[in-house]
Design a protein around this ligand. Structure first.
Ligand SMILES: Cc1ncc(COP(=O)(O)O)c(C=O)c1O
Length: 308
């Protein structure tokens, strides 16, 4: 699937795709000191196009920047409007938005404090991140030989560009070994999350997921699924999980903006449950997709409607 679009919003205006360029001395290109978001827009069966939890994503973008001490030279409202403008300019009734705030090329060195803060919002059409078959049949995951970053090595609640080297290393290792995704343990050996997704397991009809206060990214999809579980009356426990608990889980699923809700059918070559998406995973997934793509009237506050 192509990542090319007609227009990209950059530093306050819409420009042609080919013109959205940066200098090789862009500070963030060298050191990763920048922040980004991933946001999906959906077209529902009832005809409505909406951006899913746009204000929460923009809030997290500003929080990530705050964590790094980066001053974004726009308001949240400006960037909410810019996301909408980007989709409209590309005639996208659905798609993926990737707002990024990064430091310019005025000075190099780790201590460069006064570089201009740029903001860009590219967008493209992105299908099922872990494949259509993964979404319906489940994926094969492997516990990574790399750990999720310790909370005092990086600031894990921020969606910070450079931190994704950790994720890419683990993802490549898993893919090279023939798996779809890597499960990251924290530095104490407890299950943390995946390279770009939060993780849930189901055991005895209860959903279990690592707590927000552990080293995970505070996923917006994670939070939505916890609400959906609550709405459906499914018990949820947020607590630490050991690696072998995953092996004997009844069901496992991952979630994230890109991966949406993806079942896991195998971990470290051990079949999970009966090797097919489980009952509770399927119920959560169905409810999620009915909200974002279907006709469910639930949680209108999660949808930011727009017209192209
Ligand atoms: C490391 C990591 N964990 C979890 C998630 C899921 O977060 P969200 O549901 O907000 O997309 C992402 C994706 O942004 C991620 O990169």
């Amino acid at each position: 699937m192509s990542i090319k679009s007609d227009k990209i919003w950059m530093d306050g205006r819409l420009i042609d795709f080919e013109d959205a360029k940066v200098h090789v001395l862009t500070h963030t290109l060298h050191y990763g000191y920048g922040v980004f978001e991933g946001i999906r827009a959906y077209k529902r069966e009832d005809g409505e196009s909406h951006i899913f939890r746009l204000s929460e994503h923009i809030r997290r973008l500003f929080e990530s920047a705050h964590i790094l001490g980066i001053e974004i030279p726009y308001s949240r409202g400006d960037l909410i409007e810019a996301c909408e403008l980007t989709l409209k300019a590309n005639n996208y009734t659905q798609g993926y938005l990737r707002p990024i705030a990064f430091l310019g090329s005025e000075a190099m060195g780790l201590g460069a404090l006064n570089n201009q803060v740029h903001v860009a919002i590219p967008s493209w059409q992105w299908g099922a991140y872990l494949g259509d078959e993964g979404l319906t049949q489940g994926i094969r995951a492997k516990v990574s030989s790399f750990n999720r970053m310790h909370v005092n090595v990086n600031m894990v609640k921020g969606k910070i560009c450079g931190q994704y080297v950790n994720s890419v290393i683990a993802k490549r290792e898993a893919m090279n070994a023939g798996y779809d995704e890597a499960i990251m343990l924290d530095t104490n050996g407890y299950v943390s999350e995946c390279t770009g997704e939060n993780i849930f397991m189901v055991r005895n009809q209860k959903i279990v997921t690592p707590p927000y206060g552990s080293g995970i990214l505070g996923g917006i999809t994670r939070e939505s699924l916890l609400q959906i579980a609550h709405d459906l009356g499914v018990a949820v426990e947020e607590r630490m999980i050991t690696r072998d608990e995953l092996y004997v889980a009844d069901e496992i699923f991952l979630c994230g903006t890109a991966a949406e809700v993806t079942p896991v059918r195998e971990v470290d070559d051990r079949r999970i449950g009966n090797g097919r998406p489980g009952e509770i995973s399927s119920m959560i997934s169905r409810t999620f997709f009915d909200v974002v793509k279907g006709t469910s009237p639930a949680h209108p506050e999660w949808r930011h409607p727009y017209t192209v």
